[in-house]
Ligand binder design. Sequence first.
Ligand SMILES: Cc1cc2nc3c(=O)[nH]c(=O)nc-3n(C[C@H](O)[C@H](O)[C@H](O)COP(=O)(O)OP(=O)(O)OC[C@H]3O[C@@H](n4cnc5c(N)ncnc54)[C@H](O)[C@@H]3O)c2cc1C
Length: 461
Amino acid sequence: MDPVNNFPVAVIGAGPVGLATAAHLLERGLEPLIFEAGPTAGSAIEQWRHIRLFSPWRFNLDAAALRLLEGAGWVAPRLTALPYGGELIDNYLAPLAATPEISSRLQTSARVIAVTRQGMDKTHVRDRETTPFTVRVEHDGGEVRDHTVAAVIDASGTWSTRNPLGTSGLPAIGEDTAAARISSPLPDVTGRDRATFANRRVLVVGAGHSAANTLINLADLAKEEPGTTILWAVRGASAEKVYGGGEADGLPARGQLGARLRRLVEAGTIELRTGFGISSLKTLETHVSVEAADGRTLDADVIIPCTGFRPDLDILRELRLNLDPAVEAPVELGPLIDPEFHSCGTVQPHGAKLLAHPEKDFYIVGMKSYGRAPTFLLATGYEQVRSVAAALSGDQAAADTVHLELPETGVCSTDAGTSCDVPAASTADTDGSAESGCCAAPEPVLVGFPTGLAHGRSGEH
Ligand SMILES: Cc1cc2nc3c(=O)[nH]c(=O)nc-3n(C[C@H](O)[C@H](O)[C@H](O)COP(=O)(O)OP(=O)(O)OC[C@H]3O[C@@H](n4cnc5c(N)ncnc54)[C@H](O)[C@@H]3O)c2cc1C
């Protein structure tokens, strides 16, 4: 970063990784300016506050953030406990956002709508690296302002851009028109959002951990509200991979959850349709009719899309990015996390070097850095941003020495089920040079549902 330029460093998003970024920048003597689209820090997690994390507190806290919090008299939670999303906000993100160091630099209800270099579009090369960035922000009330910054760190996650219901990566025909009948990806079906689902025909689409957890919660709802019908559509020829190994699963907690789901399907509580790749949605007066590519149809009152997420790259259109063509992660990271080949929850530790783009002083970090891969872990993100802050401050040696200390059993220890599948071994290495792939990691204690097969989707039959 150009040392003569005294502009702040923009951080997009005040999720756990965005706030950690700000804490690391402050420790490096850099000035963060955090833009958060939602009304408070942790707005994406707010949507899944009813879901329990699968990694205990100690892996969900960033070291620089902790140093700020401890200065503010914060009392640490029990480090081995597994917080709900809501507890992560209430006991960590909200107090962190309220520290004077962060609150004075955090703008909420401030959505970044574009990033560019001041006075030049992406085709211009002359003086590019020494020209500050312009971050265009839509503030509360709709006012749009341009902010001048020295560097940009995009920690905006992927929650706001779910994958479409349609196959082929495109929305199903009629999906936009049916929006009012499509819920958020992880609704609280037995709590906050109960009224939307009770005594309705609910169609869950997808074959990952979110679908599994949602289906089991819907079955609980149906016990109390017997008029609730649960339909489940998966694209594949079977739901076996969601069940895991059942009672014989090497990962007992996962097996129990999978076995429960299988029993619910076998008992007819959940009506499963396999090979159901959605091609179109027809919105009728009383319901939506969902049509598969082979012509079968399903009628539902409400659809829960458990189809995964993808990064919003539109806001970065004027920047020179180098993204993996499949996963849409930074190009060197992509092959390490491609779900076609990896079902693992973690990769070797990595930092600024691996995350760099041709656009100098611009980084994508956190959940968004994994692009379309679902296996991101907070512990990985915290190490990313420690390294990026070091790089921006000119401390290349600290930026290049990346550490991630996870236990032999990985960070997963419950059946709450989310994005983690296989944990990382304890490791410390130099950026990009570790030899052990994540699949060499030992078996975790727990877990959620697998995010893929043992060798990724390419191992699927
Ligand atoms: C249900 C669930 C459970 C998970 N459990 C675990 C777990 O146990 N352990 C673990 O390590 N990981 C877990 N993860 C994965 C991951 O750690 C979380 O998704 C985490 O929230 C990612 O943090 P983040 O800061 O990168 O993104 P987010 O938490 O998504 O934060 C991004 C922030 O950016 C804001 N934003 C978005 N767009 C803009 C914009 N244009 N302008 C300004 N602000 C914007 C959002 O409002 C949001 O506040 C889980 C994920 C899910 C979905």
